[in-house]
Design a protein around this ligand. Structure first.
Ligand code: GLY
Length: 426
């Protein structure tokens, strides 16, 4: 098969590695990729925003399957550009990707379809929004409706903090177009769970459940990041719970989308809160999570390339299932000093040659080649996934390997998975 993967992070490295396992003799290109994706694939210097250039490349190389890693090209309409040229692509249209790119669209759809989620109101006017939050009990959840690179959801611990978030979005325009509409939601306490489905527009087939850790510091403290680590499977993600999420969340949403003329084909990421009343949706994403993909895909033994290519051609998943997964996976993300604030780039990275084994995978994210050396080029630099019979052994492998990576200012959390294995395992 000829495969094109769009993106340049750890998630795209994990997708490339998984599709290489599924199709050992196929050709895989990654646009633009990173030094890690040049292992399972070949990098092609095309930007994720160059939709026409990507379509030209897919046409020239007779690509059978294009997989889009990040949300922005989907929100920008890459699926439409490819469809207009008859090029098979796995991912939703821009209108269907509004499940992620418009929180107000997603919330209204969920309300219409009876999908469990937090109560909410939508505002575009600061005074009206301020009047509404003034009567709420904190914590108050304020979300920019549009895409905001993971920075658009604020859990305000006071009315003043909620008003500040509203001012930044609706008055000061700090989030641009994304923050000109806001969703104010009821706070939902509980543990989060991520479930990714493959969807052909009608069926939803789940992969193994996962949980990410977004806060920078141990104990889930400090500022939000793009993700400091993740693990899979999650003990709460029992087969019964996953089936309930499929029935109560994924299928009604797919049906609602189809009824609106927006068939949803691609990865559907359900970000859930496990509440005493059952799982409720925190958010949808139109792609795999990062860094969750780096633990979910190594545990997925079923072939994904075939079913994804079938969906990309407009076919049904039929009775395809991802099967059972065995063992556990845990990723520790090694970040640049200062992240998620400002951080230096260009520090040489040393990865011991024996670090990568069958049970330790190294996923590149913010790395680059400079003067023949591997150097830091982003906040999240490398993700080290450990695999094991159980979560504890996966954690030990991940943490020991993360500690052996060297670059100036390297930092990571040693407590990923703490809610299941405690903070000090490894
Ligand atoms: N790990 C959260 C996300 O990918 O959105």
């Amino acid at each position: 098969m000829n495969i094109l993967i769009v993106g340049s992070g750890g998630r795209e490295h994990a997708i490339a590695a998984k599709l290489r396992r599924d199709d050992p003799r196929g050709s895989i290109w990654v646009a633009p990729g990173n030094p890690g994706t040049a292992g399972p694939g070949r990098n092609v210097q095309l930007s994720v925003s160059d939709l026409g250039g990507l379509a030209d490349f897919a046409s020239e190389k007779a690509i059978d399957l294009t997989v889009v890693g990040p949300e922005q090209p989907l929100a920008d309409g890459i699926a439409e550009v490819f469809a207009a040229r008859g090029l098979p692509l796995f991912g939703p249209s821009a209108d269907a990707a509004r499940l992620e790119s418009s929180k107000s669209f997603a919330k209204q759809l969920m309300r219409d379809c009876g999908v469990p989620s937090a109560g909410f109101e939508i505002f575009t006017d600061y005074d009206r929004a301020a009047g509404y939050v003034s009567n709420l009990e904190p914590p108050i959840v304020v979300k920019a409706s549009g895409l905001a690179a993971g920075k658009g959801a604020i859990v305000a611990e006071s009315v003043d903090a909620a008003l500040q978030a509203l001012r930044e979005m609706l008055v000061e325009d700090r989030f641009g177009e994304s923050g000109r509409e806001v969703v104010i939601e009821d706070f939902m306490p509980g543990e989060e769970l991520s479930v990714f489905f493959l969807s052909d527009g009608e069926n939803a087939v789940p992969l193994v459940s996962s949980r990410d850790h977004k806060r920078r510091f141990e104990g889930d403290a400090g500022p939000n990041t793009g993700g400091m680590g993740a693990y899979a499977p999650v003990v709460d993600g029992t087969p019964e719970l996953i089936e309930r999420v499929r029935r109560e969340v994924a299928l009604p949403v797919l049906q609602g989308m189809a009824e609106r003329g927006l068939p949803y084909r691609g990865f559907l990421y359900a970000g859930l809160m496990l509440t005493p009343q059952g799982p409720k949706v925190v958010e949808f994403n139109c792609r795999l999570g990062d860094p969750e993909a780096q633990v979910v895909l190594p545990l997925t033994s079923a072939d994904l390339a075939g079913p994804m290519a079938a969906v990309a051609r407009g076919e049904s998943l039929g009775d395809w299932s991802a099967g059972d997964s065995h063992g556990a996976a845990l990723i520790t993300v090694v970040v640049s000093g200062g992240y998620p604030g400002s951080y230096p780039k260009g520090h040489p990275i040393e990865i011991p040659e024996d670090l990568e084994t069958e049970d330790v995978h190294v996923y590149h994210a913010g790395t680059a080649h400079q003067d023949g050396r591997l150097v830091t080029a982003g906040g999240r630099v490398l993700g080290i996934t450990g695999l094991g019979e159980d979560l504890r052994s996966a954690a030990e492998r991940s943490r020991e390997a993360a500690a052996r990576v060297r670059f100036a200012g390297a930092a990571w959390r040693n407590d990923i998975g703490h809610s299941e294995i405690g903070p000090t395992a490894g």
